[in-house]
Write a protein that binds this ligand. Structure first.
Ligand code: GLN
Length: 186
């Protein structure tokens, strides 16, 4: 598995995969994208900074093509923003491979970070950690909604792409990473 490691919470994904017995490597430059991988994780962090680094390192087109050609992709928080076709409250869009619109920093300052538990697909009581999280405001016909918290859509899947507004890598619960590993093996 490849983990985009330009910025943000990538080490936590490495640890989580390790716990599940899955090898991973860090993607830091364009040539790393040529290595064989079963899937790619776009971590949480700061989407604007991450996207600027992708552009500066000339990685944007390649990563977009890999995703559009079916590479299993998992974006958490800032990673969800990178995948979204539209970011409602932001002047430019990012990779735009996933048919969702999202709102950046959707919970405002006061509720910037919080923990809760919820349902993910058919699994109940999954711990969710939100840190200055986005949520999904619109989605296309091919998008499956996997989690809703307080009436807001916070996890979605569209074919080979999975995105969560929260950070499963910051918990000890492995179910969401296991779901993604299963997607990579399908
Ligand atoms: N608020 C961040 C952004 O706009 C995302 C936060 C996160 O990834 N924890 O990119």
């Amino acid at each position: 598995m490849g983990i985009l490691a330009l910025q943000g919470a990538f080490i936590e994904h490495t640890k989580m995969l390790h716990r599940l017995g899955v090898d991973s490597f860090e993607i830091r430059q364009k040539k790393d994208l040529l290595l064989p991988m079963d899937g790619i994780i776009l971590p949480g962090g700061e989407s604007t900074t991450m996207f600027k680094l992708l552009n500066d390192l000339d990685m944007t087109t390649t990563i977009k093509e890999l995703i559009q050609n079916g590479l299993p992709t998992f974006g958490t928080c800032a990673g969800m923003l990178l995948l979204a076709k539209t970011v409602d409250n932001y002047h430019s869009d990012f990779l735009g491979t996933m048919n969702i619109a999202v709102k950046k920093n959707a919970y405002g300052r006061q509720l910037g970070s919080f923990r809760t538990t919820g349902t993910f697909a058919s699994t109940q009581n999954v711990p969710f950690v939100f840190i200055r999280a986005p949520h999904v405001t619109e989605y296309g016909d091919t998008v499956e909604v996997l989690s809703i918290v307080n009436d807001k859509i916070v996890a979605v899947r569209e074919h080979n792409q999975l995105a969560t507004a929260f950070h499963p890598e910051l918990t000890t619960d492995t179910s969401i990473h296991q779901y993604f590993i299963d997607m990579c093996q399908q």
